[in-house]
Design a binder for this molecule. Structure first.
Ligand SMILES: *[C@@H]1O[C@H](CO)[C@@H](O)[C@H](O)[C@H]1NC(C)=O
Ligand SMILES: *[C@@H]1O[C@H](CO)[C@@H](O)[C@H](O)[C@H]1NC(C)=O
Ligand SMILES: *[C@@H]1O[C@H](CO)[C@@H](O)[C@H](O)[C@H]1NC(C)=O
Length: 358
């Protein structure tokens, strides 16, 4: 509360930050909230903390699962999409105050922050100045997983607008996927990007998959994004694809960079996971203008068949395992499963994907 005392006495000299409207904290803990109230003031003069006009505190904002998890899916669904929803309409006249910053994380998304704000991000945890803003918002508005409800978003912004912003940010050239067609410069083969994973939910026959896809006349690329992936380059690679395929996991979040009408093929591991794969990627794909397909892994294609006898509870009654909660689902079906795709089934799936490309 020493800070509050300072503010009440008007020291140090407050600095007005243009017409910037706002404060957003990423990790909305009680501690941060108290800090914000103590350290920041509204214009024209610093007010006592109690008088601070805190415009919005989003009660739904779940800071524990999101924030700077470093998981690409949570980066987008919990942080970047809500931030875009809440601030795009300020047209850059907004300043972000972040807490719990990790430099590698901020570096990765700085190009995006620069599109949303004309001002540098303030690291709340290491900031000594008093800043004044006409209005302060705390937290960002979450509508749904990877999605925006235009009826509730300021200015009616949509996920399509978000994708446009990403295209601008990372200078992505392709707005739409293009299938082979006579005329104009084009590729003669659609490009398939296989999203690889190294730890869990691996493709055990990735090279054979790539070979089968090449035989099906796809131009095949394989890539695995991680924390330290060069975002602009990876975004361009994804944007160059017509079909992106991967086992359920954070890597599929890269669909935000796909051109519209590209096809996303989510490989659903064995274990009754369709509700999970639906909310995370299937439903969001629609608003992103991405055609969605899924490839259901059968027990024959799953490494689980080597881990347990056929009549094992885990293999026979996945939904009963689900009743034990998230930890059980994660341990049994997500962390310990790899997949070996049936190449005939894969080829059929790719043919179908080709047929729905524009
Ligand atoms: C990224 O880094 C965070 C924090 O170091 C870690 O928890 C997370 O597992 C990493 N994610 C990947 C995909 O490597
Ligand atoms: C995958 O499984 C789900 C749930 O059983 C089913 O609704 C869906 O049609 C299946 N998809 C394909 C491509 O087989
Ligand atoms: C692979 O998939 C094809 C087409 O769905 C099916 O006919 C065949 O039996 C499968 N092969 C194996 C070994 O399961």
């Amino acid at each position: 509360m020493a800070m509050k005392h300072h503010l009440a006495r008007g020291r140090p000299e407050p600095r007005r930050v243009g017409n910037a409207a706002m404060v957003v904290t990423m990790l909305l803990s009680l501690c941060v909230l108290t800090y914000i109230k103590a350290r920041y003031c509204s214009t024209p003069f610093p007010k006592a903390a109690e008088e601070l006009e805190v415009v919005e505190i989003d009660e739904d904002y779940d800071s524990t699962s999101g924030g700077f998890a470093g998981n690409l899916y949570h980066d987008y669904t919990d942080v970047l999409v809500p931030l875009f929803t809440s601030t795009n309409h300020f047209g850059g006249e907004v300043q972000f105050l972040l807490s719990g910053i990790k430099d590698w994380w901020l570096d990765k998304f700085t190009p995006l922050f620069r599109q949303l704000s004309r001002y540098d991000v303030i690291d709340v945890d290491n900031d000594q100045e008093v800043h004044c803003f006409p209005r302060i918002f705390i937290g960002a508005t979450f509508h749904r997983a990877m999605g925006i409800d235009p009826a509730r978003s300021p200015g009616g912004v949509t996920v399509a607008d978000f994708k446009r912003l990403l295209r601008r940010t990372f200078r992505l050239e392709r707005a739409g996927a293009v299938a082979p067609r006579a005329g104009a410069p084009r590729r003669d083969k659609p490009r398939l990007l296989i999203i690889s994973r190294k730890s869990s939910r691996r493709f055990l026959n990735e090279r054979a998959m790539a070979h089968a896809a090449a035989l099906a006349r796809f131009d095949v690329r394989i890539a695995e994004p991680d924390n330290h992936t060069d975002m602009p380059n990876f975004a361009r690679l994804v944007n160059s694809a017509d079909v992106m395929m991967g086992v359920h996991g954070a890597g599929l979040t890269n669909m935000v960079f796909l051109p519209s009408r590209a096809v996303l093929i989510q490989v659903v591991p064995f274990g009754g996971l369709e509700w999970l794969t639906r909310v995370t990627f299937k439903d969001p794909a629609k608003d992103m203008g991405v055609s969605y397909m899924e490839y259901n892994v059968s027990l024959d294609e799953s490494s689980l068949k080597e881990l347990y006898p056929r009549d094992h509870f885990y293999l026979q009654h996945p939904y009963d395992v689900h009743k034990k909660g998230w930890d059980a689902i994660k341990t049994v079906y997500l962390d310990k499963q790899n997949v070996m795709l049936n190449l005939t089934k894969l080829t059929n799936t790719l043919e179908e994907a080709r047929s729905i490309l524009p």
